[in-house]
Write a protein that binds this ligand. Structure first.
Ligand SMILES: Cc1cc2nc3c(=O)[nH]c(=O)nc-3n(C[C@H](O)[C@H](O)[C@H](O)COP(=O)(O)OP(=O)(O)OC[C@H]3O[C@@H](n4cnc5c(N)ncnc54)[C@H](O)[C@@H]3O)c2cc1C
Length: 392
């Protein structure tokens, strides 16, 4: 793959410049190319590159990628068909997922997506974008590359978002998590999530990769309390006591801007997608599904608006609302309810009793599901039963 530097043999103006070549950026580039646009795919890193992540790839992500024409994203990795959830109180549910999940190191997964975007005709450019300026119906990046529309898919610390004047997520709407690699835990190959009443909302995970290793980690929502790398590692050890902690390598932490507080989806010809738009699920920390979906919507909107770039953001806003609006509204309500660990205990107990409740919670946490009436009724019944037990 020939990677370009800014200014070198590049066209005068691209239809779409995508800043960030992760899942959101690769999906944006693919969708823009499918709509006939010329695309620059700019990243400060060369691929393959690592990314702090649980590496959990849920079934809806795989489907969204197939919609973009990528069929080999999970090739060679073991499907995992069971999810075990431990509630803050310690009660647990382990059930089959309706469609399997995968654990794929981002070094591999993102490189596959980036490669697919380049194979589709996106021009890879290696550059760290610092400045953006509108001039004569174009957007210039660092004065060296021009495009009719720009997509900021540059992750949780998005420069494009800051340049648009949108601030970072405040405490309560941003999490921090650390991940590492370790020998897989003994027992069946299942995705394990252990929630914690201490520092709630918080949880640790162990996701087996299928090669004898697991991605392990711990994350919590920031609430103004001091936190540190040592604290995150200590919580990981407390919540996963059977883990061989001496054998954990590659520990790396990063912020997760949660979808409960999002900036506008862009301004005029400049759009935001993925983590740059705070699209991370507030329960699970899952963001790859949203990154692929929002990236694809942004790429298509930008490409179709190339003759009238100022309208790109309206087109994108409508598409996002149509595709994710109801789900994000339900997630926000569910996140507010989940502020109370007792409600999460009741939800996990209900999921242990009822496969459909389990399915609904998984879809809400890992896809575009909603809070349905049955789930709410089962949770309410659990809370009533608990209250009457406490009262008797
Ligand atoms: C510890 C942890 C665990 C997680 N676990 C999971 C999980 O198991 N499953 C899941 O679905 N999600 C998980 N997430 C969330 C997930 O990692 C993100 O939602 C996802 O990476 C978002 O993709 P993106 O393309 O928006 O951003 P990124 O993947 O961060 O990609 C952004 C890209 O932009 C580039 N870039 C940044 N700034 C610039 C610049 N100025 N100029 C040029 N390029 C730039 C970067 O090099 C990078 O390649 C986790 C996050 C963390 C921190």
């Amino acid at each position: 793959m020939t990677e370009y530097a800014m200014g070198e043999h590049l066209p005068d103006v691209f239809d779409v410049a995508v800043v960030g070549g992760g899942p959101a950026g690769a999906a944006a580039a693919l969708a823009a190319r499918a709509a006939g646009a010329s695309v620059a795919l700019i990243d400060r890193a060369g691929f393959p590159r690592d990314k702090a992540c649980g590496d959990g790839i849920a079934a809806p992500t795989v489907e969204a990628l197939v919609d973009l024409g990528i069929t080999g994203a999970v090739a060679g990795y073991e499907p995992i068909d069971t999810l075990r959830l431990i509630a803050p109180s310690g009660c647990a549910v382990a059930r089959r997922l309706s469609h399997p999940a995968y654990t794929i190191p981002r070094e591999v997964f993102d490189a596959r997506l980036h490669e697919a975007a380049v194979a589709a005709g996106a021009v890879p450019v290696r550059h760290a974008v610092r400045a953006l300026r509108r001039r004569g119906g174009r957007v210039e990046l660092d004065g060296a590359l021009a495009a009719r529309t720009v997509i900021g898919a540059d992750g949780a610390g998005s420069v494009i978002r800051r340049l648009l004047g949108f601030g970072p997520n405040p405490d309560g709407h941003v999490a921090i998590a650390i991940r590492g690699y370790a020998p897989a835990l003994p027992g069946p190959a299942e995705q394990l999530i252990v929630t914690s009443s201490a520092r709630w909302p918080a949880y640790a995970w162990a996701f087996p990769i299928g090669d004898g290793r697991a991605n392990v980690g711990y994350g919590e929502v920031l609430q103004g309390r001091p936190t540190s790398r040592a604290h995150l590692i200590e919580r990981l050890a407390a919540l996963l006591p059977t883990l061989d902690h001496g054998a954990v390598t590659g520990l790396r932490a990063h912020h997760l801007p949660l979808s409960t507080r999002r900036p506008p989806p862009g301004r005029g010809p400049v759009l935001l997608a993925g983590d740059a738009l705070s699209l991370i699920n507030p329960f699970t920390g899952e963001g790859i599904f949203y990154a692929v979906l929002s990236g694809a919507l942004a790429g298509r909107a930008a490409a179709l608006a190339r003759a009238a770039p100022d309208r790109a953001v309206d087109r994108y806003r409508r598409a996002l609302r149509q595709r994710l609006g109801r789900h994000l509204a339900h997630s926000r309500v569910a996140a507010a309810l989940a502020q109370h660990p007792r409600i999460v205990d009741a939800a996990i107990t209900a999921a242990a009793r009822d496969q459909r409740v389990f399915g609904a919670l998984v879809a809400l946490g890992l896809g575009d599901g909603r809070l349905d009436g049955r789930t709410l009724l089962r949770i309410a019944a659990g809370l009533r039963a608990e209250r009457s037990t406490v009262g008797s």
